[in-house]
Design a protein around this ligand. Structure first.
Ligand code: URA
Length: 486
């Protein structure tokens, strides 16, 4: 028993000692017992072993769970994320929310509640940290004492996410022996088992090696001076991470040359129409690996809010040296569930039209301007919504990088959204159709309608005419690609 206020009422403070900073399971077990025993939030403190303040409370056994504790479906996911935050109050806040949910099961939907707002913010910050870890971990080669090779990376997360993110790296590099060292904890994968060791320092991680050179080449090749926005760049890639990333050593040099290269690019795009590749000539040596990395980074994308409701990111697919690149609008309902572009009704129409135009879909790289499905729910149905300019622009981060890696000889923009993403501004399809167009990166594009438009035409005769015109557009693109220099 502890009297917390000299003149106040005596209250028992229950101290919960959690094993680790990310001990969600420990918190859950204790919290369920405390809630079922009716212990209010003001009578509980949560501490993490090794960081105890130990001012109040005792280590008396915590109450056992004595009744069923029910929470809304969204709570465990939110709580798991919040538990990874570095905010010292996170576990107490979660307990206060759990307590509240016992009285009002809908309490989580009350966006005006400061507690709900704070928990959502913490969860978002953890999500952002995880996204940065996926994107900015850079492995360097190291030889172990027994002569075997291990890839080692140094990373400094803001929150306690390392253990929780191990699965991402196992899925990404299942056959590689790797270690990720962080100040709090280190994780190691040997191809079969994940192990942990205490935190490390940057000096424990190797510096500079052939992997680094590959990264530098890759970064140099994808650096597009016309897209440099230093503010946005530092917001997305905080300077804290720069020192771990070989390519960032190039940034000052590249920025210095950016203006000159930008003028060169503008000049190229104004000069004669010709098939110019979509990116500077130096491409990364391992395109497959760079593409797979990009796809994995996109799978954790939170650049706009569309990820909140979509099932998954639908990245592009197809050969990385395609005959054509086809760019659609965004995944639809079927694509969102399948994780693949153009597999639903619009995809079937596209497949038929491609076949009639003599294009083998297996030789086309098919992608979308926006990689998450945007919809409104109507009962059990999800109704497509067009992406807005902000969403198109946020997602251009991925499309531009796909194009810089793939360097398609010819691109087909399917509909207004794709055209907007590719031209960087709103354009009128009717005005650009029929003739090859030059994109701002200097490469060639054909603009046509979106297959969904053809599916929606009610008049049979008109639909047949429009479909024939669509096939002609695809044919023209194919012919142009066939005539383009290799
Ligand atoms: N519509 C699109 O624009 N893309 C798809 O992947 C599917 C439907």
């Amino acid at each position: 028993m502890t009297n917390i206020l000299p003149d106040g009422p005596q209250i028992d403070i229950h101290r919960v000692l959690l094993a680790r900073p990310d001990d969600y399971d420990g918190w859950r077990e204790a919290a369920r017992g405390l809630v079922s025993a009716g212990i209010p939030p003001q009578a509980v403190t949560f501490e993490v072993a090794g960081e105890e303040v130990g001012l109040f409370g005792d280590d008396a056994p915590l109450p056992e769970v004595s009744r069923e504790i029910r929470v809304p479906k969204a709570f465990p996911g939110l709580a798991k994320r919040v538990a990874l935050h570095s905010d010292a109050e996170r576990y107490a806040l979660l307990y206060a929310m759990l307590w509240k949910l016992q009285a009002n099961r809908d309490a989580l939907s009350d966006r005006a509640d400061p507690l709900v707002d704070r928990l959502n913010r913490l969860a978002k910050e953890v999500g952002r940290d995880a996204h940065k870890m996926h994107a900015f971990v850079r492995f360097r080669e190291m030889e172990e004492d027994d002569g075997t090779e291990r890839m080692v990376a140094w990373f400094e997360p803001d929150h306690h996410i390392t253990r929780a993110e191990a699965g991402f790296f196992i899925r990404r590099f299942p056959n590689m022996r790797w270690s990720i060292l962080t100040p709090e904890t280190c994780i190691h994968w040997d191809g079969e088992t994940l192990t942990e060791s205490p935190g490390a320092t940057k000096a424990d991680a190797p510096d500079g090696d052939p992997v680094e050179a590959t990264w530098k080449t890759y970064y140099k090749s994808i650096f597009n001076p016309a897209r440099v926005k230093v503010k946005a760049m530092t917001a997305e890639m905080p300077k804290k991470y720069w020192k771990n990333m070989p390519e960032t050593a190039l940034i000052p040099e590249l920025l210095a040359g950016a203006q000159k290269r930008e003028s060169e690019m503008i000049e190229t795009s104004l000069s004669k129409r010709e098939t110019v590749p979509a990116a500077p000539k130096t491409r990364p040596t391992n395109i497959e690996a760079a593409w797979a990395q990009l796809r994995d980074e996109a799978s954790a994308c939170t650049r706009c809010d569309l990820h909140c409701h979509a099932t998954q990111t639908v990245f592009g697919e197809g050969p990385l040296s395609p005959q054509l690149m086809l760019v659609g609008e965004q995944p639809g309902d079927a694509e969102d569930l399948a994780g693949k572009p153009f597999v639903g009704p619009a995809g079937q129409l596209l497949d038929d039209a491609l076949a009639q135009a003599g294009v083998d879909r297996r030789r086309a790289y098919v992608t979308n301007a926006v990689k998450h499905f945007k919809f409104v729910a109507r009962g059990k149905r999800r109704i497509h919504q067009s992406p807005n300019a902000g969403e198109i622009s946020a997602c251009n981060w991925w499309l531009a990088q796909e194009r810089e890696l793939i360097v398609p000889p010819v691109t087909v923009a399917l509909g207004a959204t794709a055209a907007r993403a590719l031209f960087g501004k709103a354009v009128t399809i009717g005005k650009l159709r029929d003739e090859p167009q030059q994109l701002p990166d200097g490469s060639t594009a054909f603009v046509t309608v979106h297959p969904s438009y053809l599916l929606r035409l009610p008049d049979r005769v008109r639909a047949d005419e429009e479909r024939a015109r669509f096939i002609d557009d695809l044919k023209r693109a194919r012919q142009f690609a066939e005539e383009a220099p290799a």
